[in-house]
Design a protein around this ligand. Structure first.
Ligand code: CA
Length: 229
């Protein structure tokens, strides 16, 4: 199997080199771009499997790079992990709307970054994922489509199952309605955003059927996350 191609877009040379070294060691095929313009050229030349994108970049900003990648059909679905500095934290929600899949705040460990890369890959390459996924007292079995909460079986409709399957891959992460829509319904279907709310409501109700607590957190104007209390 060809190795996974990662494009690192980072103008801090020392950090780019460090990430390159560590990701290459994990058998990823790494390319580096040191500004936004170079990143867009490289994505066009050969779309990578994952992009690690710094927020603050010379020439074209990280957020603009993200926007342009998301605007093109050929590159729209490439997972993007955004790197931000602590002072830029307020911009995270804005980034979420732009369509980054995940975030890491500097400084971060390379171990954490590799874990996030694997998590986004699991989302886009379902063949690689495990049959059973567990979070807190919730367990889903992707083969039998069974969901357990503690020792109780939870019955979900197919859409609610896919929603839970998506949320459980990144507990604690807030997904916008658009992101859930694209992940669960697909980006070519026209579905109103409030449909997401309706199905989240059903999922919530089903998961809490035996009063075990509501594991879904609503983040006002941002979206939803699966969380333990
Ligand atoms: Ca930078």
């Amino acid at each position: 199997m060809a190795s996974t191609r990662i494009l690192i877009v980072e103008d801090e040379e020392a950090l780019a080199t460090l990430l390159d070294y560590n990701l290459t060691k994990e058998k990823f095929d790494v390319t580096i771009a040191s500004d936004g313009e170079e990143a867009l050229l490289k994505v066009e030349e050969e779309p990578p499997d994952v992009i690690i994108l710094d927020w603050m970049l010379p020439k074209v900003s990280g957020i603009e790079v993200c926007r342009r990648i998301r605007a093109k059909a050929e590159t729209r679905n490439i997972p993007i992990i955004m790197l931000t500095a602590r002072s830029e934290e307020d911009d995270r929600i804005r980034g979420l709307e732009t369509g980054a899949d995940d975030y890491l705040t500097k400084p971060f460990s390379t171990k954490e970054l590799i874990a996030r890369v694997r998590a986004v890959l699991r989302r886009i390459r379902p063949g690689l994922i495990e049959d059973k996924v567990q979070f807190s007292d919730i367990e889903i079995d992707r083969v039998s489509h069974r969901v357990m909460r503690g020792d109780k079986e939870i019955h979900l409709g197919p859409t609610e199952f896919r929603l839970l399957d998506h949320l459980i891959q990144n507990p604690g992460r807030v997904y916008s309605r658009e992101q859930l829509l694209n992940a669960v319904w697909g980006s070519d279907v026209f579905v109103e955003l409030r449909t997401v709310d309706v199905h989240i409501g059903r999922l919530r109700k089903a998961l809490n059927k035996y009063n075990q607590g509501d594991p879904i957190r609503t983040v006002r104007s941002a979206g939803y996350a699966l969380d333990s209390e």
